[in-house]
Design a protein around this ligand. Structure first.
Ligand SMILES: O=C(O)CCC(=O)C(=O)O
Ligand SMILES: [Fe+2]
Length: 343
């Protein structure tokens, strides 16, 4: 039996004038959100050349000596920006930690920005390693990419509003001064002998509203299929974004839309590069169950949460500064039996 993968969705109707194609796009995205919480997006307008530049710069960054990368550590100076070494995150709270290194950036904000002064989650200046081959080019590429991806996230949230029969501008306040993290990731090849016990990134759900991931041709990303109870690989498509819904979308929709479990096992013998972009919205915004999604008997299944508090809690949970259980409070039903179902 061939496993069902998340669908591939053509985004070009968003910019076109054909109303029936727009309706079709909304319907495809609605179905994907209910069935997988994942889909691949093509014809999204982000130039392939910009994506290639991001991957190239990412490779140059991870090629720097460890002691240089560590000078730009994400725990130095706050703001959740900069380098995270191999195994610093441990999503499944077992084993030695996730086999990947990363580098966080966001919108490059000055210290005088009110959100930075107020210490709102994820708001602050970026770190740009001076030791890079061309630090100015690195900064240019990352800032252009961040801006482009923020615009795509805002467009996508307009479509998501339509899928829920809300006004297209429903998420506008959420999109104001957003937490939007750009994360460069590098997965070394895994030792085949450890594949049963080791993950590039352990099973988890994402914390924000939507994630748009650029992955190279290596493969290794897997998503949980709730219907067939198995992990399915997300086959890389050049230039496409793997879009997935984070915890906030699940809370808005009272679990109608899936914020699904995913993980990476880099078993192909090559190093892997990926670039997730996490859009988590305005830190002062409160995410609460949409009235149209409330359960007739029990109402909202999750209490309202402020973006700032939710993000702080989830980060503390996965970087080891909290004793919380693995996966937060999410999808324990699925997590319980999943290791028996490997792809
Ligand atoms: O690298 C990938 O394919 C997945 C990364 C991911 O899930 C994450 O950073 O949350
Ligand atoms: Fe993720």
């Amino acid at each position: 039996m061939i496993s069902e993968e998340p669908p591939v969705i053509d985004f070009s109707p968003f910019h076109g004038s054909d109303e029936s194609k727009k309706v079709e796009l909304v319907e495809q995205i609605r179905q994907a959100c209910e069935r997988f919480g994942f889909f691949q997006l093509i014809n999204h307008d982000v130039p392939l050349t910009l994506q290639q530049q991001v991957i190239k710069q990412s490779k140059e960054l991870f090629d720097l000596p460890l002691e240089v990368k560590e000078k730009y550590g994400k725990d130095i100076g706050g703001y959740n920006r900069g380098y995270e070494c191999l195994r610093s995150q441990n999503f499944e709270k077992q084993g030695k930690g996730d086999l990947k290194e990363g580098f966080y950036m966001g919108k490059n904000l000055p210290l005088s920005d009110q959100y930075v002064i107020d210490k709102r989650f994820g708001q602050g200046p970026n770190k740009y390693p001076a030791e890079l081959r061309d630090p100015k080019e690195f900064q240019r590429v990352m800032e252009e990419y961040h801006k482009t991806m923020t615009a795509l996230a805002v467009n996508l949230l307009q479509v998501l509003a339509c899928t829920l029969n809300l006004n297209t501008n429903f998420f506008d306040d959420f999109c104001e001064h957003p937490v939007a993290a750009l994360r460069l990731l590098h997965y070394p090849p895994q030792d085949p002998a450890t594949i049963e016990v080791e993950k590039g990134i352990g099973a988890h759900t994402d914390f924000g509203a939507i994630t748009m991931l650029l992955q190279d041709e290596t493969g290794g990303l897997q998503v949980w299929n709730n219907f067939s109870s198995e992990w399915v690989g997300v086959t890389p498509i050049a230039g496409a974004y793997v879009v997935n819904l984070g915890n906030m979308m699940m809370r808005w929709t009272n679990d109608r839309y899936l914020s699904n479990l995913h993980r990476v096992i880099n078993k192909g013998g090559n190093e892997r590069f990926s670039v997730p972009f996490f859009f988590s919205g305005n830190p002062n915004y409160t995410v609460k169950c949409l009235p149209s999604c409330a359960d007739p008997q029990i109402g909202a299944k999750h209490p309202p949460v402020k973006v700032h508090d939710w993000m702080n809690g989830r980060f503390a949970d996965t970087y080891g500064s909290s004793k919380g259980k693995a996966f937060g409070d999410l999808r324990q039903d699925v997590v319980a039996g999943m290791d028996a179902n490997r792809v």
